[in-house]
Design a protein around this ligand. Sequence first.
Ligand code: 26Q
Length: 813
Amino acid sequence: MTSPPLTVDGFVSEFLLNLNFDGGVSLSESSTNDRYLALACTVRDYLMARWLEDLRKQKEDQAKGVCYLSAEYLLGRQLDNNLLATGLSEIAAEALESCGLSLDQLREHEIEPGLGNGGLGRLAACFIDSLATLGVPSIGYGIRYEYGIFRQTFEDGQQVEQPDAWLTLGSPWEFPHPERSQLVSFGGRTETYDDDGVTRSRWIPAWNVNAIPCNYMVPGFQNGRVNTLRLWRAKATDAFDLRIFNSGDYEEAVRAQTFAENISKVLYPEDSTPQGKELRLQQQYFFVAASIADFLENVLADGYDLTRLGDRVIFQLNDTHPVIAVPELMRVLVDDRGMEWDTAWEVTQQCFAYTCHTLLPEALEVWPVELLGRLLPRHLEIIYRINDEFLAAVRERFGDDELRIRNMSIIAEHPERSVRMAYLATVAGSKVNGVAELHSQLLRDKVLPDFDEFYPGKFTNVTNGVTPRRFLRLANPELSALITEAVGSGWESDLDRLRGLEEHVDDAGFRSAFAEVKAANKRRLNEVLRARDGFEVADGHLVDVMVKRLHEYKRQLLKVLHVVSSYEGVLSGRIAVEDLQPRTVLFGAKAAPGYAMAKRIIHLINAIGSTVNDDPRLQGRLKVLFPPNYNVTLAERVIPAADLSEQISLAGKEASGTGNMKFALNGALTIGTDDGANVEIRELVGDDNFFLFGMAEPEVEALSARGYRPSEFYQADEDLRRAIDLIASGAFSGGDRTVFEPVVSNLLYEDRFMVLADFASYMAAQERVDAAYADEDAWTRSAILNVARTGFFSSDRSITDYIDRIWHTPPTS
Ligand code: 26Q
């Protein structure tokens, strides 16, 4: 083991060793990539001893731990994070400087691993960070996609997707272990056989692939702890191709290999309305089967009594994507390990817990029985048996209430026979949680009420959180320094201490220092925007930000209508341009490639930007910026620079949101609906420091029950009419009225998410924003209070809640 580079000289020599002997280049001949790789290896090696020690300790202690099962981890750049965790940033910067190199430049070189779509994937990344910081024995399991979320570019304002080849420059943070491969099987048939007078079932699969574990270090924040993230990569099995190869069919052998390796090739870019694609189910089973086998063989002590598995592990299901783990564990226990069905079912129910992340009915995953039975025939049998026994229990409790039985069945009959994965997870899980108070309540009352009645105490809430290490300390170094000055060091892992900022809110010196940090963050954002996109935020502008996946329910169109209405107001003379609060509206959003309406909305935003930004009548007072390819790296620059955070989903549709928390923690004020975690943010920061608008969820329900007719709102509100008419007139499409016609008619005649119904209230709230922003000092006061009062949203608190309410893992050192 190399000695830790705790001094600048030590760091320099490690770095040069890595550059010369691993990279095979001299300093003077080395490329930026060579230097980045050598630096990454230096930091990595520093963590190695602790990592190996923690792996050994977990095996030795055999304490109850957590396996977090997630199809996505949206990690963001690793170098920065690991430098911070190790406390090596300053030493590294000095060491590199003494070699004539810049740490900042090497930081910028890293391509972030974008192995997730959005909120759910980023939440998983925050959670493994907190698990390590809190020292909870845990492993994150997932898929090592060769291509992560697509890189977004714009051509003529329209989204074009490019492959995200994140591995091409090398992957210094990953440790593949082919010798620890797991074989994962698919297809074939089942049969029964006689086992000493007992009839048992078994699966005779048709084909299999190797799952190769690739390990990533997950360091805790300056606590010497290093956990593991284990991502699986698919590799063809030798036996599989050899058979075909020996038959002389070379082409077929290569095809078979490609087929197997496709499983971990690419992340599906849909984050709702799952398409029921076979490859997606293959991905899900692939990583879950490998993870369970790995846990039982390599993490659990040899000879461990499997009837006590629930004392040793909890598999936390990050949405329904890993739910096929439930029948898989049953299959392993019953078929492979010979456990009685009833015992195995008891064990399984103790070992799983399920987190739901949605309320949209179309986002609930279902798998056609035909497909599931073809790919995993034994699992389908097991699911049927689980369902039979479950429905028998329901009958016993409620009698032959056939409607209720049909509603609760894990198997849906229409439009085709399929498996409802959320129901399977609910039946199997020891607990089911939503991700914010309101969401958990609606989950109980609206989505799964029969289950709540049948399983009292099973449903609970754990409000999401975000890691303050990445989203405050790393993303906002200047605010972090100011916080440390005010409340002392160590707040990064004890975020309630932000409360200590409240006592500084009356200090004019503190307020002006805080305002200066915000101004500096706008300059830092501009450096990045200038370099990547060639535009920037103008001085004195209110920075109004809406960054999140593009979805109709999130209502980017409401923000669009606000912009268009302001523009139209100036054009028509309704608003004097001098009265316009200078604003830059900054969007960031990717649309799922198959989501036509979302892509059209992106086009519309870009079209509005091109028109508005160049119109001299606005005198530069209204700008719309849409940097392409919003990702974690860009988020780290955008969020600290924001004045206003747009969280404007239709009430009852956004499960939680996590961007909302990041903005508040960085001192942006929220304009938002009573939805998801906005509710809790507003409760904490207070009504005076939050711009609430729009219908609450019960009002949404009532309007929908009365029959919502968006055109009535259009007719009744002149400003709204003018804004929509301006879009319909072709003003943003060179006079062509057809381009955005589908957007306009959708708003007028369908408007599923009630944009028009909330328009007036939103406009009024924006007027309150303008008025508030005019009093700079009062605004800063509110911003400080937002930071001071949102320590609750640390993902450390979320994880502590999981431990108390769901996992019951023992306290750890
Ligand atoms: C499923 C099957 C097939 C293909 C894709 C998918 C799929 C992939 C990703 C379905 C959903 C997702 C992601 C969902 C997501 O990000 N949900 C968000 O989760 C956040 C963390 O809890 C919440 O804050 C957000 O409110 C929620 O929208």
